[in-house]
Ligand binder design. Structure first.
Ligand SMILES: [Zn+2]
Ligand SMILES: [Zn+2]
Length: 348
């Protein structure tokens, strides 16, 4: 049980001479405890229980049959503390999936609803999983698939791993729902780089967890190595461009991957949505300098560091201009949600 070492910290090893403490074992109830005491997130654990063979698959707490834990069909245990919040039946899983789906459509807008709304949702156990995921082990907590009939009708299916906490399942539901949406909406023949595709789905999980005030879950999603860090790029892009631009890119973008906002590989949102670009025509990038560790671009006589927003007075009125990135004689700016690249004007 490698996991255990991370979850338990040795509280005290005051050996046999230890005076009585106020600690009682949260597993067997024994106490007040003396001698070696182990500390879990739920409270103290006696040395006997620490040596138990079975552990909660969610938190690692030692469990013994009869202490209030449950055993899943595939032999995993869930401790009495995690049991109330663990999802063990398909009915609850369907409710959580439906709520995640509603939440995402509220957050992303009506365009994120499915054209073929029926989704079969089921919960499966580890045995099923190991077979489905082959060498992938338990890296994945959900699967989704869409079958498209010759006439174009989509049939959606989602399966998710049982015995996880409600919030974890909601995050997985958001991820899998996004796969279904992509399956319906991606342009025929379009290929997206796999890590980026998964990161788009993780972005939904991240966004939903934000709306549900689950900062710990958001942190886990950001730190999960599953997308090789692409999730961080996507979160940054969603903050600077809005998620609609990312969804448009998923549907009809011309590149296989998305990088941090860089002039070279970001297709402007206006092009993706077919909106007419109306940028202030008289923006002028006339120089740049370095201030400390920051590059500063001079646009219409004002200094902009990346991330700065300033109001500029232009011919047709005032425009709020955001500086996104400065590199190699170019600056990426955005005004009214329209990105544009300005080239450094050479003095004549
Ligand atoms: Zn005990
Ligand atoms: Zn537990």
């Amino acid at each position: 049980m490698r996991l255990l070492a991370q979850i338990f910290i040795l509280l005290t090893t005051v050996a046999a001479t230890a005076a009585e403490t106020n600690y009682f074992c949260v597993v067997c109830g024994k106490g007040p405890l003396t001698g070696r005491i182990w500390m879990s997130k739920w409270g103290a654990v006696c040395d006997d229980c620490y040596r138990l063979e079975n552990h909660c698959s969610i938190c690692g707490l030692p469990v013994r049959p009869g202490d209030g834990c449950v055993k899943t069909g595939d032999g995993r245990y869930i401790c009495k503390f995690d049991k109330p919040d663990a999802v063990l039946d398909s009915y609850t899983a369907r409710e959580i999936f439906a709520a995640a789906r509603r939440g995402l459509v509220e957050l992303y807008g009506g365009g994120f609803a499915l054209n073929f709304p029926d989704v079969t949702v089921n919960l499966f156990d580890v045995d099923y999983w190991s077979e489905k995921s082959h060498n992938d082990g338990l890296h994945k907590f959900g699967f989704s698939s869409t079958r498209r009939s010759p006439s174009g009708v989509c049939t959606h299916e989602v399966v998710m791993l049982s015995g996880r906490l409600r919030a974890e399942l909601a995050a997985t539901a958001a991820h899998e729902y996004t796969h279904l949406w992509i399956n319906e909406n991606i342009a025929p023949g379009r290929a997206i780089e796999p890590d980026t595709l998964e990161a788009v789905c993780e972005l939904s999980a991240y966004t939903l967890m934000g709306a549900e005030r689950q900062p710990e879950m958001q942190k886990k999603i950001l730190e999960n190595p599953y997308t090789h860090g692409k999730i961080k790029t996507l979160v940054t892009l969603a903050e600077s461009r809005g998620v609609t631009a990312i969804l448009d890119w998923v549907k009809t973008g011309e590149t296989a991957g998305l990088d941090a906002p860089a002039a070279a590989n970001w297709k402007p949102a206006s092009a993706a949505t077919g909106r007419k670009t109306q940028l202030p025509a008289d923006l002028r990038f006339t120089g740049f300098f370095t201030l400390g560790t920051n590059d500063v671009a001079i646009i219409n006589g004002l200094g902009f560091a990346p991330g700065e927003r300033r109001s500029l007075r232009l011919r047709n009125g005032t425009a709020l201009v955001d500086c996104r990135e400065i590199r190699a004689g170019k600056v990426l700016v955005e005004s009214n949600g329209i990105p544009t690249v300005l080239e450094l004007e050479r003095s004549k």
